[in-house]
Write a protein that binds this ligand. Structure first.
Ligand code: B12
Ligand code: SF4
Ligand code: SF4
Length: 322
């Protein structure tokens, strides 16, 4: 298994929603040259309780997810280090004041930039990174390394939804969102005024989130929720097309499993293809096979994590409903 496959497997094991790879010469990268973006999904239930103010639950969730991301970045880094590479994690939510920016409106590296370069999504008018599937309801992390990783999605994605929308602009109580659609190469803070946002949070939400959170511009954004039902095919394809492709890919993997001659895996895969096995049973069989054979270097190795992800993506929600 390549190191990149191991990283993807680790990310799945840790419960991350997505992982991306990019090259960079940003000064924050410590000259290491490669970046890994980690994406953690926020709870829809928590985000949807945000109204014209954040909630205590959101503030707690924000802190928990930051700690979780910091932990995941460490695990990713330790895996790289065990194999002889250097790693440098960027604090999930650390602002670093400098003489040029005493307010600390910058981190060591803006995670959003890495996430865009890894083509995991796009920048929104709200100044947030919109994940291609989950919209702005994600938090991000970045690990730099000198391990030469392959960029999987060198093309940056396009955002067409913001052009027709402006919900975040009207919802922002601080009038901090300028209403501009992001274009590559724009100067910093072309999208939002960080001072208006920060001062408003500190003034209005001191007793809820110690002035560190708000999230209204994330709550109201339809990207990743209503986008799937809308006509806009950005960033890549409609949800239906995406699901069809995922099903087709899963079918090909299961055909490989069915032809493996390994009972543990071949039997449930064959039953799946014949439509006679429950998603949960197949998932358990693939996970057991991965435990027993994963990492042995055979052709099935990279297929286990892929199959588990596809099963989760296609059947995860439906399975939970059962
Ligand atoms: C400082 C900071 C703030 C400041 C400044 C906000 C800002 N927009 O930078 C303040 C206090 C205002 C703030 C507020 C909030 N924040 Co804040 N904040 C940060 C922090 C610590 C640093 C951001 C930074 O360095 N900004 C510098 C500016 C210049 O960069 P940028 O705006 O991020 O990105 C620009 C470029 O990177 C460019 N870009 C995109 N692709 C490319 C490619 C290339 C090649 C180049 C050159 C540029 C480029 O596009 C952007 C627009 O100019 C990050 C954590 C981190 N290290 O990233 C969290 C972070 C940005 N915050 C986050 C969040 C969620 C919030 C809030 C909703 C508060 C909350 N948690 O409830 C609000 C939202 C405000 C808003 N609408 O943007 C999340 C965003 C998640 C997401 N989905 O995008 C982050 C990433 C934390 C995390 N770990 O997830 N925050
Ligand atoms: S609310 Fe609308 S305009 Fe704002 S970021 Fe989301 S899609 Fe774009
Ligand atoms: S976090 Fe709140 S104050 Fe800041 S830009 Fe978003 S809606 Fe406006």
């Amino acid at each position: 298994m390549t190191i990149q496959q191991q990283l993807i497997q680790l990310a799945q094991h840790l419960g991350l929603a997505d992982l991306g790879f990019f090259r960079t010469d940003h000064p924050g990268s410590g000259g290491l040259g490669y970046g890994i973006t980690l994406v953690a999904r926020l709870s829809d239930a928590v985000v949807e309780e945000i109204t014209d103010r954040p909630t205590h639950s959101y503030f707690h969730h924000y802190r928990t997810v930051n700690a979780y991301l910091d932990r995941c970045m460490l695990e990713v880094g330790l895996l790289l280090q065990r194999q002889g590479w250097r790693y440098l994690p960027v604090g999930a939510s650390q602002s670093i004041p400098t003489p040029e920016d005493p307010n600390g409106f910058h981190g060591r590296f803006p995670h959003k930039q890495g996430a865009c370069l890894a083509a995991l999504g796009v920048m929104g008018k709200n100044g947030l990174f919109l994940h291609r599937k989950y919209g702005p309801r994600v938090r991000l992390g970045t690990v730099f390394t000198d391990c030469p990783l392959v960029e999987e999605n060198p093309e940056e994605l396009e955002n067409r939804l913001c052009e027709k929308c402006g919900r975040c602009v009207s919802a922002c109580p601080a009038h901090a969102i300028k209403g501009v659609v992001y274009r590559r190469g724009m100067p910093e803070f072309s999208l939002i005024d960080p001072r208006l946002c920060s001062e408003y949070m500190k003034r209005a939400f001191q007793k809820i989130g110690r002035g560190a959170v708000c999230g209204i511009c994330m709550r109201v954004c339809p990207y990743g929720t209503e986008r799937r039902a809308a006509e806009d095919p950005s960033p890549r394809e409609t949800a239906e097309e995406g699901e069809e492709k995922e099903k087709e890919e899963l079918r090909r993997i299961l055909e490989a499993f069915a032809g493996s001659g390994w009972e543990l895996l071949a039997d449930p895969a064959r039953e799946w293809l014949a439509g006679t096995v429950a998603p949960r049973k197949l998932r358990d069989a693939v996970a057991a096979a991965q435990d027993q054979c994963g990492g042995c270097g055979c052709a099935l190795d990279p297929l286990y994590p892929k199959a588990l992800t596809l099963l989760e993506e296609i059947w995860g929600e439906k399975d939970k409903e059962q």
